[in-house]
Design a protein around this ligand. Structure first.
Ligand code: ADP
Ligand code: MG
Length: 320
C-alpha cells in the first residue's frame, strides 16, 4: 500500500524501534523491503500467523493483550522448531486511527519483542476490520532444527506447562463455565498471554525427535506428529498436567481438544528420560510432563477403566 503522510507518521510513532535482534539487520523500515544478513552456518526458519478480532481473540481484548498474543503465537512456532528468534514483519489492519489503542499496542509489542530479542524490520498498514498478521524469522544451526516427522517407536511423549487453561479462560469470559475464583486470573492469562517456550530451544535441538506447538488442542496437534512420523501413540489421562478444576470435574476436554495453550508437545528417545527431572528442577516455570509413548500405529487415550480410540477425535477446526 502507498502510505499517506499520516500513515508514515503513524508508522514512525507506533511501529519503529520495536525490539532488538542478536543478528545483524542491513536495512530496516523505510525502504521497499528489509534486508538482513543470515550468518554463515545458519539456516532461516520462517512462519506467519494472522489473528482476527472475534475469531482469534474476543472483541473486548485489550490492545496490549492483542499485541502480546500476536507475537507470542508466532514465537511459539519458532520455539517448536528449535529456532532462535531474529526478526519480524507486522501487517496490521485497523478500523480507525485510535491514538490510545495504538499507544497501548505499541508499548506492549515493544515489551514482548525486547523480552524475546526479536526486532521489527518492516510491515504494512491498512484500514479495515481489525486484524494482525506477523511473520517471524528465526535462525538455527545448519540442519539442527526440529520437525514433526521424526517420532520413533518407543519415544516418550512430553508436554510443557499445563493444558486446558486457555480454553477454560475463554469459557469463563463467555460465561460457559463456573470457574473457581482462585483459577480465573491464571486461566485468563493463559488465554491472553501464552508463553512462547523458547527456553526449551537447546533442549529440543539436543534431545527431541519431533515437536509441535499446541494451538488447536493436544489430540489434534499430536496427530500431526503421528501422521507425519507414520506412528501411533498412547496417552494416559492420569498423566495430563491439568489444574484441579479439570481433574476434579473430569473436564478433560479442555486439555484434550481445547485450543490456544501454545505449550509444546514433543517426542524424545526414552534413553533421555533421566534428563526430565533435572530440567524440571532447574526450570520450574517450564515444567515438562511425560504423558505417553509413541506406538506402532494405534492412537489411544488410556483412562482408569476405559481406553478410547483417538483416531476420530477432532481438535478445533476453522472450516467446520
Ligand atoms: P510500500 O508502499 O512499499 O508497501 P509502505 O508505505 O507500506 O511501503 O511502508 C513504508 C515502510 O514502512 C516500509 O519500509 C514498511 O516496511 C514499513 N511499515 C509499514 N507498515 C508497518 C508496520 N505496521 N510495522 C512496521 N513497519 C511498517
Ligand atoms: Mg506496504
Amino acid at each position: 500500500m502507498t502510505a499517506s503522510q499520516n500513515e508514515f507518521s503513524l508508522i514512525e510513532r507506533f511501529f519503529s524501534n520495536i525490539g532488538k535482534s542478536h543478528f545483524p539487520v542491513e536495512l530496516s523500515q523505510g525502504d521497499d523491503a528489509a534486508v538482513v544478513n543470515v550468518p554463515v552456518g545458519k539456516q532461516l526458519v520462517m512462519s506467519v500467523d494472522t489473528l482476527i478480532s472475534g475469531v482469534h481473540f474476543p472483541e473486548l481484548t485489550s490492545a496490549a493483550d492483542i499485541a502480546y498474543k500476536s507475537l507470542a503465537v508466532n514465537l511459539s512456532d519458532l520455539a517448536a522448531m528449535g529456532a532462535k528468534p531474529a526478526w519480524f514483519l507486522l501487517s496490521i489492519t485497523l478500523p480507525k486511527f485510535d491514538e490510545v489503542w495504538l499507544s497501548e499496542f505499541s508499548a506492549s509489542l515493544k515489551k514482548i519483542s525486547r523480552q524475546y530479542q526479536i526486532e521489527l524490520i518492516g510491515g504494512d498498514t491498512c484500514r479495515g476490520p481489525l486484524s494482525i498478521t506477523i511473520q517471524v524469522s528465526g535462525l538455527v544451526d545448519h540442519n539442527n532444527y526440529v520437525n514433526r516427522k521424526g517420532a520413533q517407536l518407543g519415544d516418550l511423549v512430553l508436554v510443557t506447562g499445563e493444558l486446558g487453561n486457555a480454553a477454560l479462560g475463554l469459557a469463563h469470559l463467555q460465561q460457559r463455565v463456573a470457574l473457581p475464583t482462585s483459577l480465573i486470573k491464571n486461566c485468563v492469562e493463559a488465554l491472553n498471554r501464552p508463553k512462547p517456550r523458547l527456553e526449551l530451544t537447546g533442549f529440543l535441538t539436543s534431545y527431541a525427535s519431533a515437536a509441535i506447538d499446541l494451538s488447536d488442542g493436544l489430540v489434534g496437534d499430536l496427530r500431526h506428529i503421528l501422521n507425519q512420523s507414520q506412528k501411533g501413540a498412547t496417552i494416559r489421562l492420569d498423566s495430563l498436567p491439568v489444574n484441579d478444576f479439570i481433574r476434579s470435574q473430569q473436564a478433560y476436554d479442555y486439555a484434550l481438544t481445547g485450543g490456544d495453550d501454545f505449550e509444546l508437545c514433543f517426542t524424545m528417545p526414552s534413553q533421555h528420560k533421566y534428563i526430565i527431572e533435572d530440567w524440571n528442577h532447574k526450570n520450574p516455570q517450564c515444567k515438562l510432563t511425560h504423558i505417553g509413548e509413541i506406538t506402532e500405529s494405534d492412537y489411544e487415550l488410556v483412562g482408569n477403566h476405559t481406553t478410547e480410540n483417538l483416531n476420530n477425535w477432532q481438535g478445533y477446526q476453522h472450516f467446520e
